[in-house]
Design a protein around this ligand. Structure first.
Ligand code: SF4
Length: 130
């Protein structure tokens, strides 16, 4: 595994609640490896905030070129979470800092407003606000 993981802002939220669900077997396996890697070294600055396609999108069947096939909608998610978490492209974090940012800055109300149409909404909702 390389020593920097590039993640678009909304994936910071998705990965907090990843439980082995995803778009296909390859996506689930690769995403699971990234989550395990980050969780095992929670205090190392491995995460770089990316805009556009990232290290999760790389293995996704919904990818189109370097971006998501639904990039216009997805980039709105990213900008909403960027604003709320106060993060920007190129910022570097460790897993524990991302967890703390989400706990400190993301309210259930904002999360619901942004993510209510996502198919994984209930998984994240019940993990983040049990
Ligand atoms: S390509 Fe789209 S659907 Fe797939 S992980 Fe990236 S943002 Fe999500």
């Amino acid at each position: 595994m390389k020593n920097r993981i590039y993640l678009r802002p909304h994936h910071l939220i998705c990965l907090m609640s990843f439980r082995g669900e995803g778009y296909d077997g390859v996506f689930i396996s690769k995403t699971g490896k990234i989550v395990e890697f980050l969780k095992n070294i929670p205090d190392e600055k491995l995460i770089c905030v990316e805009i556009g396609g990232d290290d999760i999108c790389r293995f996704c069947p919904n990818r189109k070129g370097e971006l998501c096939k639904d990039e216009a909608r997805i980039s709105l998610l990213d900008s909403s979470f960027s604003k709320i978490l106060g993060i920007q492209r190129g910022s570097i974090y460790c897993w524990s800092e991302v967890r703390q940012l989400v706990i400190d800055k993301l309210s259930a109300r904002d999360f619901e407003k942004i993510c209510h149409e996502c198919q994984w909404f209930q998984i994240c909702r019940s993990n983040l606000w049990p």
